[in-house]
Ligand binder design. Structure first.
Ligand code: ADP
Length: 431
């Protein structure tokens, strides 16, 4: 009876079938096959649905066939039906049927490519494959697109053969995150550096303004005092009067040089300094500058000696600009060697160039500062420590001017022993 029940010998409903199958199995013992397991019940439910479809077709329904993937008695089934004359052909198949009919051929191919197939019915229930195994990296085709009874989902699975267990997506995310952190860190670094540099420039500029004001104040004070004394007739002796006139002339010259220097600096910065190049005898030019320098009292306690090689060729230069460079070097040599009275200038020849070396025996320049002092607004530690007046633009202007003449300026300095600044200019060979 139990076997006949399984074969469907009697036309009974699902409830009766379940009841009798349970009763019979109790009597036969647990070893008997469970007739309610497997697709049997699901197939009988599916048959009822198919019967309903057939009735609606016969009564003139709009369709003459159809297909559907659906859960029956908790099991996924595929139903396909079509009218054929006055009969209907129908198929109801479970997972085992799907596998044997179609998927057995497809599944190994997918597995080989590290992919897994999942079919879900219209209610989102799995008809084939395991939904939980599918991950985000899935390609999905809806039933409406494929016109199959399922939504098809192909998802990537880690390939144990390659040992590549970490999902690529996670690695990409980690990489993106690292890249972002790197960008943020490097961005912060560059912004920090730019801000620091801006602060430094602002500081240098305000130091420059203070230094310039100070530079102006000293000669102006002298001019005011001496002019007042002269104007009020308080200077009685002719000798004193003459001395005061000399002071006035010297301080006026100092102011003139200061203003001219600043104007030239502005023109150099703006790139509009006009040079009037001419062939100059370097020895004559240096001789004049040294004489002027001494006359204006800049040398004070210093002894400035100059020498030149015989038969020097000319240099093509702007008299005023080159004069300004040499004056600056002389002025620095005097300023930074207060206790060492000797300053020497030597004009020589080297590799088709004229060299003008200004040497002092003063405080020298620390190695760490030697590159930086040619930058504008830069003043060395010695200048601050010795309270030497200055604006920090002399050497930057000198380098720019010499560069515009096609030459270069070098520094050789021993801290504590002195410095030598050498200007190299291309020599004009006689044609
Ligand atoms: P300033 O002399 O007005 O400060 P410069 O541009 O002429 O500006 O010089 C820049 C810095 O280089 C000076 O502040 C000083 O520290 C250093 N320097 C220049 N010439 C000498 C020198 N002959 N001996 C020692 N230090 C010097």
């Amino acid at each position: 009876m139990y076997a006949d029940l399984g074969r469907g010998r009697w036309k009974i409903g699902e409830a009766a079938y379940t009841y009798y199958a349970g009763q019979a199995r109790q009597r036969m013992g647990a070893s008997a096959v469970d007739l309610t397991a497997g697709d049997t019940l699901a197939l009988s439910e599916a048959a009822q649905v198919l019967w309903g479809e057939w009735q609606s077709i016969r009564q003139g329904g709009t369709t003459s066939g159809g297909r559907r993937g659906q859960q029956f008695a908790g099991r996924p089934l595929l139903l396909v039906w079509r009218r054929s004359g006055d009969r209907m052909a129908a198929l109801a198949g479970g997972a085992a049927f799907l596998e044997s009919a179609w998927l057995r051929a497809v599944d190994p191919v997918l597995v080989n490519h590290g992919a897994r197939l999942t079919l879900t019915d219209a209610d989102g229930q799995p008809a084939w494959g395991n939904l939980t195994a599918a991950n985000n990296r899935a390609s999905v085709r809806l039933a409406s697109t494929t016109r199959l009874p399922w939504t098809i989902q192909i998802s990537a699975v880690p390939n144990p053969a390659t040992g590549d267990n970490q999902p690529v997506r996670r690695r990409l995310l980690a990489f993106g995150f690292c890249l972002m952190v790197l960008l943020v860190v490097s961005g912060s670094y560059f912004i920090g550096r730019a801000v620091t540099r801006e602060f430094q420039v602002a500081q240098q500029q305000s130091d420059f303004v203070a230094a310039v004001s100070h530079e102006f104040r000293t000669p102006l004070t002298s001019l005011c005092q001496f002019t007042e004394l002269l104007a009020k007739g308080r200077v009685t002796s002719e000798e004193d009067r003459q001395r005061f006139y000399c002071v006035l002339a010297r301080e006026s010259q100092r102011l003139r040089r200061l203003v001219e220097g600043l104007l030239n600096f502005g023109r150099l910065e703006a790139g509009v300094l006009d040079y009037r190049f001419e062939n100059l005898d370097p020895a004559v030019l240096i001789g004049q500058i040294v004489a002027e320098f001494g006359e204006e009292g800049n040398a004070r306690a210093h002894r400035i000696e100059w020498s030149a090689c015989d038969s020097l060729p000319a240099v093509r230069a702007d008299r005023e600009a080159l004069g300004c460079v040499i004056w600056n070097l002389l002025d620095n040599a005097v300023k930074y060697s207060r206790d060492q009275p000797s300053v020497r200038i030597h004009i020589g020849r080297a590799d088709g160039r004229i060299s003008i070396a200004v040497r002092d025996e003063g405080v020298g320049i620390p190695r760490a500062e030697q590159d930086g002092i040619f930058r504008k607004f830069t003043r060395g530690a010695a200048a601050e420590a010795l309270h030497v007046r200055g604006t920090g633009i002399g050497l930057s202007m000198a380098r720019q001017i010499i560069c515009d003449h096609g030459g270069e300026i070098t520094l050789d300095s021993d801290p504590g022993k002195g410095s030598t600044f050498t200007v190299f200019l291309p020599a004009v060979e006689p044609s």
